[in-house]
Design a binder for this molecule. Sequence first.
Ligand SMILES: [Zn+2]
Length: 176
Amino acid sequence: MAASLQPEVEELCKKVVKMDVVRCSDARDSWRWKLDVDGRFSVAATRDWIDRQVLKSNNFKTRWCKFIPRKVNIFIWRVSWRRLPTRVALKEKGVGLDSVDCPICGDGEEDLQHLFFRCKVASALWCRIFRWLEVQPYEGADPVEVLRWCDKSRMGANARLVLEVVCSSTLWIKQT
Ligand SMILES: [Zn+2]
């Protein structure tokens, strides 16, 4: 045998040994999604896998609510990574701005907390939203935490879903 074929022969021998443990059945061949114990593809299983394997540094579970538009879901994902171009964030990235103050009220720097909760306009909007929903208001100022607050609320599953849809949509409306 030529010396140059020796590695390939050794590799072939290893494969043949491995094939000995393979058991074939008479069942039809089929596709199996390895991320799910049932072997069926699902977006939820894929999303969970991405959260565990790829997005390890973010402790916010990726959300995808089928009752809100895709653009709002994507926006919420960006919020969870705190990747919105607020004036403070832009200045941190080196964008030259005259001021980082809120252009709406001028009463504070425009960061995520101000944009979504502390701004007078945002605060008034949330006040009306919570009054309309007849729920105790969220008292924090973190756009990520408000969605966790929805999850923890003592409501039925459907009411919690409505609360999540309204809060997600309100966050999206506030940034537009
Ligand atoms: Zn403001």
